[in-house]
Design a protein. Structure first.
Length: 551
């Protein structure tokens, strides 16, 4: 009870603190917040702004459409060189998980107990140069809880971050950039979101801590006579967690070099249609050479037999220590119908040649698809219905392809890089964990940032581990979480509060059997848990810019 009282006092203090500083200025809202990204997508299918696809450019759309951002403009040193500056909004999140974790895309970590997140900073630009400093602080109680045989063979995915409380200061959504027209180049630790997914993404989402990277990307669609283009190229550094994990004996004490590219095209002749491709490579730094191929592997071929001296030995490529992920995606937005539909299909691991790729397209694959529909009602409000399916589980052909190993791989992990596609113990793509499948359906009333609704979800946990450890059929059933989440977001002038409470019933929790189970009548161990979260953002009232430069 004392802990609860202290948390309530801290929460109310921060709410009061948010409402006081009306003199603060904001340049843009962090795209690391899922509330902002959801509102961005709603605006895309209710306006003529559907020309923008890239989630990393979400703040551009918000700057143009939400009258809540103020920019101080002027000139510097009595010249015509423009500048602007501002203090970024304070962003607070608080989450409580009762008995176990429930993984999802989030700025927070897997944790049982209370957890807090605070972020703020400032922005400044002079001519083409822009600097954003927006650190993040995370504190988690990190209470102990029952963890079963979580041994994902090739992924450093952490269910618990060490023993005792967890506390970390991160550079967060910080960057230094040079901006020219539709393009931007610079160094950043900002989170990246690639692909069309609403709740998850196959390659990059907001799930893991931001990592250090160099970036060349579009800030808004680059318009040509063929249509609009958006994209990003990154060179980054991924780190291990530094905590004990079930696969410590397999991990190299080394950071990983990351090279990635995402490219989106909107044809001029098909309004609202987008098609794109993303590709990433990671490699332990100690195994990387100074060759162009190791610096920019994203430009190499897709067939293993063309990349090695002995085409008959497919393992020769794996000895280079590289992992890749490749995905293609499409999205169609119809503002008149206030509807969108999308899909993304990805493959991990090169094919030996085109023949294998055609005959065995389901090998090492993952996919997602989803939709959103807005139904207009009174007072400029909508009924929002949206859903998404994510499938990461290996196809059944893995049992034939690798006899005796079963489902040893997963979408986020492969043999050469045992850390998997992670940063500091968190998945960079889907937030539901390696090889988990999830189906999500949500219905809600929405108006601007305001929202009241219900989200139902079925999460089938870690199918690579299940297929590896248990025969089919077996006494142990699949570990499936069924959840019902109440959603409530509201806006009072410049203050936005987003809250939800999630009731989760875990069937066959950690694949354990109930004490009452018998061989003739097997019965799984079920577990009920509650997870709640409150997020706050303060937006500062927009004022008109100065009509003349300030000398």
């Amino acid at each position: 009870m004392n802990i609860l009282k202290l948390n309530c006092i801290a929460f109310l203090t921060l709410v009061i603190f948010f409402t006081l500083p009306n003199y603060l200025y904001s340049q843009k809202i962090s795209t690391n917040n899922l509330i902002v990204l959801e509102q961005n997508r709603r605006m895309q299918i209710t306006s003529d702004s559907s020309s923008l696809f890239f989630q990393n450019n979400a703040y551009q759309l918000l700057t143009e459409n939400i009258e809540k951002i103020i920019i101080n403009k002027g000139s510097i040193f009595n010249s015509k060189l423009p500048y602007n500056y501002g203090i970024l909004p304070l962003n607070l999140q608080s989450r409580y998980s009762s008995r176990t974790i429930y993984p999802e895309v989030s700025t927070l970590i897997n944790n049982v107990g209370f957890q807090y997140y605070v972020s703020s900073g400032f922005f400044a630009s002079v001519g083409p140069l822009s600097v954003q400093i927006q650190p993040e602080y995370i504190y988690a109680q990190n209470r102990d809880f029952e963890i079963g045989p979580m041994k994902s063979n090739n992924t450093e995915y952490l269910e618990r971050f060490g023993d005792g409380h967890f506390s970390k200061i991160l550079p967060g959504q910080s960057s230094v950039r040079l901006n020219f027209g539709a393009f931007s180049v610079g160094a950043s630790t900002e989170n990246i979101w690639w692909g069309p997914g609403q709740f998850n993404s196959l390659i990059f989402s907001n799930n893991a801590f931001g990592f250090r990277h160099l970036t060349l990307n579009t800030r808004r669609p680059a318009k040509t006579f063929l249509g609009n283009f958006e994209g990003q190229v990154i060179l980054g550094r991924l780190e291990g967690s530094g905590f004990d994990s079930p696969i410590n004996q397999l991990l190299k004490d080394d950071w990983r070099y990351l090279n990635g590219i995402s490219f989106i095209y909107q044809p001029k002749w098909i309004s609202g249609f987008f098609v794109g491709v993303s590709r990433t490579f990671q490699q332990y730094n100690s195994m990387r050479t100074k060759s162009f191929g190791d610096l920019f592997p994203i430009f190499e071929g897709f067939q293993k037999e063309r990349l090695v001296e002995d085409p008959s030995n497919s393992l020769e490529f794996d000895r280079r220590g590289q992992d890749q992920q490749l995905s293609g995606f499409a999205r169609f937005v119809n503002p008149k119908a206030k509807f969108e539909v999308y899909f993304e299909y990805g493959r991990r691991d090169h094919a030996l040649n085109w023949r294998e790729a055609i005959l065995n397209p389901e090998h090492a694959r993952a996919y997602l698809f989803g939709f959103k529909k807005l139904i207009p009602i009174l007072n400029e409000a909508f009924i929002q219905v949206r859903g998404e399916v994510v499938q990461q589980q290996e196809s059944i052909n893995i049992i034939i392809r690798y006899p005796g190993t079963g489902g040893a791989q997963n979408w986020g992990g492969h043999i050469p890089v045992h850390h998997g596609f992670t940063n500091q113990g968190q998945m960079l793509g889907p937030g539901v964990g390696p090889s988990s499948n999830v189906q999500t359906l949500e219905a809600s009333w929405v108006k601007g940032f305001k929202k009241l609704g219900l989200r139902l979800e079925r999460l089938n946990r870690h199918q690579d581990i299940y297929q590896k450890r248990f025969p089919d059929p077996s006494e142990q059933g699949r570990w499936v979480d069924l959840s019902a989440r109440l959603l409530a977001d509201w806006q009072w002038d410049n203050l936005i509060i987003s809250s939800n409470i999630n009731f989760v019933n875990s069937l066959n929790y950690q694949w354990q059997l109930s004490p009452n189970s018998t061989p003739d009548f097997p019965q799984g161990q079920n577990l009920f848990s509650v997870h709640s979260q409150v997020s706050l953002i303060y937006l500062f009232q927009k004022q008109k810019g100065l009509s003349k430069p300030v000398n």
